[in-house]
Design a protein around this ligand. Structure first.
Ligand code: ZN
Ligand code: ZN
Length: 341
């Protein structure tokens, strides 16, 4: 078997001109695996409908394979200790090949995905995990996260931030890397191939942000954070009581939010001063209870979200003023470089 050690020792004995491009390509680290998302978990569904979409769907129920024709739907229910379809109990449903399919929470929501699917029982609810091609996931996130009418340069900056997050973030989800809510990044449906979201993703294909990690002195990919609006300047992790390992983030001025801050009032009386406090408070009182961080001692605030990293409204305004995506990223993420995966 050809091992990495064998290739390294062989290369060491070769004159430099003997190192072929293909041998060096072999040494490149493997691309990171495609991200896995838990989807529709906010609904804690006890029933999901699986729809084929324009092509037959091969479905695996434990050891049983069945085929849904292009117009067929499978109804899947969670019981306290199993999943069932047509009263047939099973443990896991998978789509063995990446496919295009729709999942529906009856009476609530239907979304189309392209990827691999696993459905399992999680304490009497259905847990749906979709593995999506990274670039398709980036385009889907850009479509879900970007303000309406954002110019292409802002979409490209958002694509790079989302791809960096998908590549480097470590989250705490069971059986998946990410969820499809603002806890991680919004993920809805893939945008059409000709949409500006897809175009921005293609233009920046494989590009991520990297920073020099003080712990190792190596370049590391930044799990880039961003929020809707910053209120006039972005925040450091330390300001919001988030422990800083690696990239500290920087408080940079944001011209658009200084001129047009998104204000909100009637902040609840709370001692939430750190980002963790805010998340805990919102987990109890609803995700819009404390939209951002209130001004000190006040019942109002400016800026929606944590205000760390790229400001989506500020980035769109920079792009309207002809800034490139590299200029936008350099502004909101100082001391970073672009790197191709
Ligand atoms: Zn999450
Ligand atoms: Zn801003």
């Amino acid at each position: 078997m050809l091992t990495r050690r064998h290739v390294l020792s062989t290369l060491a004995t070769l004159p430099i001109t003997g190192r072929t491009a293909s041998a060096l390509a072999f040494l490149a680290p493997p691309p990171p695996p495609n991200p896995r998302f838990t989807v529709l978990s906010l609904f804690r569904p006890q029933r999901l409908l699986l729809h084929a979409q324009n092509a037959p769907l091969t479905v695996q129920l434990d050891d049983t394979t069945l085929t849904l024709t292009r117009t067929e739907t499978l109804i899947i229910d969670a019981t306290p200790d199993a999943l069932t379809t047509n009263q047939h109990p099973f443990t896991t449903l998978t789509l063995p090949n990446p496919a295009t399919f729709a999942l529906e929470v009856p009476q609530k929501l239907r979304r189309t995905y392209t990827g691999a699917l696993t459905l399992a029982n999680e304490q009497g609810h259905l847990r749906a995990v979709v593995t999506i091609d990274r670039e398709l996931a980036v385009a889907s996130i850009v479509a879900a996260e970007s303000p309406p009418h954002a110019p292409l340069a802002a979409l490209a900056a958002q694509a790079i931030a989302a791809r960096s997050f998908l590549t480097a973030a470590h989250t705490t989800h069971l059986a998946a890397d990410f969820c499809d809510t603002t806890h991680c990044q919004f993920l809805r449906e893939a945008p059409p191939p000709a949409s500006p979201f897809t175009l921005a993703t293609h233009r920046t294909r494989n590009l991520v942000l990297q920073f020099r990690d003080p712990a190792s002195a190596n370049l590391s990919t930044l799990p880039a954070m961003y929020s809707r609006s910053c209120g006039g300047h972005t925040r450091t992790l330390a300001e919001l009581g988030i422990p800083t390992r690696g990239y500290p983030y920087f408080a940079v001025p944001c011209a658009f939010c200084q001129a047009h801050p998104e204000r909100w009032r009637n902040a609840p009386t709370t001692h939430a001063t750190t980002e963790l406090d805010r998340l805990v408070y919102n987990r109890i009182h609803g995700w819009s209870a404390l939209p951002g961080h209130p001004d000190p001692g006040a019942l109002e605030g400016r800026g929606i979200g944590h205000g760390i990293g790229l400001c989506q409204l500020g980035a769109a305004a920079m792009a309207f003023n002809a800034a490139t995506y590299t200029a936008i990223l350099a502004h909101y993420y100082p001391n970073t470089v672009l790197h191709s995966l």
